[in-house]
Design a binder for this molecule. Structure first.
Ligand code: SF4
Length: 143
């Protein structure tokens, strides 16, 4: 990393898949603007695969402006913890791990088959929209 590299993004486990499927929808205008800056502006930029991400067990860079955030927790903490636990197990992630967005996408491709989000993301209000499953299919080259 050069002296001028930005600090790594901080992501809780389930936000790797959220970032794959993000299509500009969110919990508030501020939330959507922040997530767009991170996902469209960094991860999906030409050099985005090299973006470094550090895994955290608490509220992260996506949560920061979320109206549901309560300090380092979420107002839906039990649901969010269940999502994080499932995604951490699927992707082999632990707090403090660092990986690039390219490595994260490779793990998703290796461990999250198309059609699995109904189970993996059970309880997430965005799952039913289908955009995350569509993005997963594109990652697997099946659309
Ligand atoms: S709903 Fe909770 S877990 Fe999701 S972005 Fe907001 S604060 Fe974070």
């Amino acid at each position: 990393m050069s002296d001028h590299a930005p600090p790594p993004l901080r992501y809780r486990p389930h936000h790797f898949l959220c970032s794959l499927g993000f299509q500009g929808k969110g919990y508030s205008d501020g939330f959507t603007a922040n997530m767009s800056r991170i996902v469209m502006g960094r991860l999906r930029a030409p050099e985005g695969a090299a973006e470094l991400i550090e895994v955290t067990a608490a509220a992260d860079d996506i949560c920061a402006p979320c109206p549901r955030r309560r300090d380092i927790f979420c107002e839906s903490q039990p649901k969010i913890e269940a999502l994080d636990k499932a995604h951490a197990a699927a992707l082999g992630l632990s707090p403090g791990d660092r990986l690039t967005w390219g490595e994260a996408q490779a793990r998703i491709r290796a461990h999250v088959p198309p059609g699995s989000l109904m189970t993996l993301c059970a309880g997430c209000e965005w799952e039913a929209y289908g955009m995350c499953e569509a993005a997963l299919s594109r990652l697997h080259g099946q659309d």
